[in-house]
Design a protein around this ligand. Structure first.
Ligand code: SAM
Length: 267
């Protein structure tokens, strides 16, 4: 990420917002906020906010003009897109392992599909609890494993054949916290022994297979230094269309199960 210019980061974040957020993240944002029981007046921190989808929906729910919600993310491109969509909110650059806010500053801390990417996951969870006020609520969402996700399982296998194991490994990363026993262990070792881990069904919904492939290729692969040729993209799309036939409707829409786990705790 550090080797990219701000314009390149913004461009990737714009593609993320356009291609990934509607297909994968909007519906989960509503559910994460439901789980956290967000209410008008709550001070909310969205950790790993990306382009800000959870924060934006939280603002609607709190009925505020955006000032009671804060987004935190290390990627300035993501934050620039978030800012362009909601300028009254504070979009703060920083990492979950060192949250740049005082102890007990928030009533709700949420983090949607970021934990898998944090270098020190335990420290990040401890930091989220540190900034929660007494009685505050924490909800952290992670994807279930590839075993329970036919779309990305197929895509990972095809990426391995067409682009190599290294690229397939990058695609496996977001699903690396799918084992609930390991997730519970992580909570215990992070001082969250009373946290509950629950599994929720959900689905990915792309207008077509090409959009699913381009969402990765344009929405975040540049951050990992991965670049595919047009020929590779075409081959991946063709194979996926064949492997995922049962999930493609007559109008080309691609929908497949994409469950997630929630860590929920209160202070
Ligand atoms: C899959 S995106 C999720 C973004 C957003 N929560 C959403 O639902 O659209 C993962 C985000 O985690 C952020 N991230 C990666 N490492 C991080 C860290 N150490 N601390 C905080 N955020 C981090 C990335 O910059 C990226 O925006």
């Amino acid at each position: 990420m550090l080797e990219l210019s701000l314009d390149e980061l913004k461009n990737t974040a714009t593609n993320y917002e356009k291609l990934m957020v509607p297909a994968l993240f909007v519906s989960w944002a509503e559910r994460v906020l439901d789980e956290a029981g967000v209410e008008p007046g709550d001070r909310i921190l969205d950790v790993a906010c990306g382009t800000g989808i959870v924060a934006r929906i939280a603002i609607k729910r709190t009925g505020s003009n955006g000032t009671s919600v804060t987004g935190l993310d290390p990627n300035p491109g993501m934050l620039a897109v978030a800012e362009s969509k909601m300028s009254t909110t504070e979009w703060k650059e920083g990492v979950a392992e060192e949250i740049p806010f005082e102890d007990e500053s928030f009533d709700v801390v949420v983090s949607q599909f970021g934990l898998m990417f944090f270098q020190d996951k335990s420290e990040a969870l401890r930091e989220m609890v540190r900034v929660l006020a007494p009685g505050g609520r924490l909800v952290v969402a992670v994807f279930d494993s590839l075993d329970n996700n036919p779309g990305y399982r197929a895509m990972t296998e095809i990426f391995a054949q067409v682009a190599g194991e290294e690229v397939a490994d990058a695609l496996r990363g977001p699903f690396s916290l799918g084992d609930t026993e390991k997730l519970k262990e992580l909570c215990s070792k992070s001082g969250l022994s009373s946290a509950k881990v629950t599994t929720h069904s959900g689905k990915a919904s792309f207008p077509d297979v090409l959009t699913m492939v381009l969402a990765d290729v344009k929405g975040w692969f540049p951050l990992a230094g991965i670049h595919l040729t047009d020929e590779q993209i075409e081959e991946i799309v063709q194979q996926l269309e064949s492997d995922l036939q049962e999930y493609i409707s007559s109008d080309e829409r691609l929908e497949f199960p994409m469950p997630a786990h929630f860590i929920k705790a209160s202070k």
